[in-house]
Design a protein around this ligand. Sequence first.
Ligand SMILES: Cc1cc2nc3c(=O)[nH]c(=O)nc-3n(C[C@H](O)[C@H](O)[C@H](O)COP(=O)(O)OP(=O)(O)OC[C@H]3O[C@@H](n4cnc5c(N)ncnc54)[C@H](O)[C@@H]3O)c2cc1C
Length: 468
Amino acid sequence: MTVQGLFASKSKTTARVSAVPRIAIVGRGFSGMMSAIALMKTVRTPFHLQLFDPNSSVSGGQALSSVRASTILNTRVRDLSVSLGDADDFNDWLCSNAEFRAAVRAAIPGFRQIFVPKALFSDYVYQRFSEALAARKDITVQVCHEPVVAIRRSHANRFLLESAHPANPLFETVVLATGYGLSDPEPEAEDRSPVRAQRLVARPHAVLLGSGIRVVDQLLQLRDSGYPGQITIVSKHGFLPQSHTPNSADPLFPAEALPQKLPEIVRFIRTACREAEEEGRSWQSVMNGLRRHARSLWRSLPADQKRQFNRHLRAIYDSHRNRLPEAMHLRLKRELAEGNTILRRGTAGRRGLSGIFFTPAGSNIEEVIYAERVFDCRCKAPDLAMPLMQSLIGSGLAVPDELSLGLAVDQRGDLCLEDGSTVDGLFAVGPLGLGSLPDIDLVPEIVTQAYAAAQKVAEQFYPRSRAV
Ligand SMILES: Cc1cc2nc3c(=O)[nH]c(=O)nc-3n(C[C@H](O)[C@H](O)[C@H](O)COP(=O)(O)OP(=O)(O)OC[C@H]3O[C@@H](n4cnc5c(N)ncnc54)[C@H](O)[C@@H]3O)c2cc1C
């Protein structure tokens, strides 16, 4: 069934069931679509679901479906199931896809350890969304193509959402899944003055800002599309993503209690990595093991040590947790070794007409890197300045986390207020919780949080319901 068909047929029933509870999801990225799946599979009583996002498409996650078809996810299939309690769901979906099976014969009988294109994952998520909806004749779904600019609490603990639509109904439950915020209408990805820049550079030259997975994606996309020029990666700390192991790196972590202070924790983890390598295991296994302790560890750190981690260690941590499939890492290494791509550590400044201003690390002299194209691939924090966030914070429905990286949330996505209470009916799923929950920008963690939030919705607001 097409998206339009799906929603058109569903919306016919809206008038008849207008008395049912209403749930709004703000954002149709992966977190929003995942929340919708989790709600449809968990809340067993009828409800109306309204999905807000100015981005007009409905897919398995905007960011994931919009990339080029060949761009590979950096998480293995085994960690990407969107089905609670069925870790093999994505693998099974791939196995049932004859076209994929024919193309990737080598991995038969299972695809658990491989890396697949983002667009394929997006298709899987969208199919699971469609199936969950098709299985529920008792719910209605409405898609709204507009941003939500404010949320206010109304009478009887309901929420009023302000958007371009003149009169939104009141919602009993709202899930914020706004990720990093609204994308710029005029992306500042490229300098628009190629002619002048080309006069100044001997060879085409592109600058990539950042050092994470997005930089490597952009670099490889440029090369795959035949870009022959020089590429300079400008990174503040200079840590590029490390490599995955060829085979699975099963989580491994020392049984001893972790130390309390940040420098000792770092030493502890380094020692664990070294010992793992000496025993024929990999440091990647230790990093995978660390992820299981990351939340309790983060919670136990005082705010000043969290800040210290963010300033000095986050870039190293990110380069070791967000790893590249081996083949991509080899391509990156080759690019750097051959000198067609260079890495420069320092701070990017303002854009000029023919490139970008740059201050090398350890220097205070600004220079210009001449380039006809500049791509901003830096990781962004959630946008707390956008009107929606300001309205939530201003009306006391949310508070920023202690580092102001996002909103204060707990594992179930409850918004946590300063007095320790939570806001009934209001949830935040995904990267909005980055300052509270390590790794909540990654698929496995988002899946777990979305189901936990859905379970709370089921229990608190629809007590007769039971998860399936
Ligand atoms: C290119 C790419 C590759 C990735 N690869 C991996 C991977 O291999 N493994 C892994 O685990 N994770 C990966 N991730 C990370 C993970 O998928 C992301 O953290 C996840 O996509 C975040 O999804 P999100 O829905 O929370 O946020 P986003 O994708 O940022 O979506 C948020 C949506 O909310 C909308 N929105 C924002 N504000 C409003 C508003 N006020 N009103 C209405 N709508 C609003 C936006 O328009 C947007 O569509 C990748 C992410 C990207 C972008």
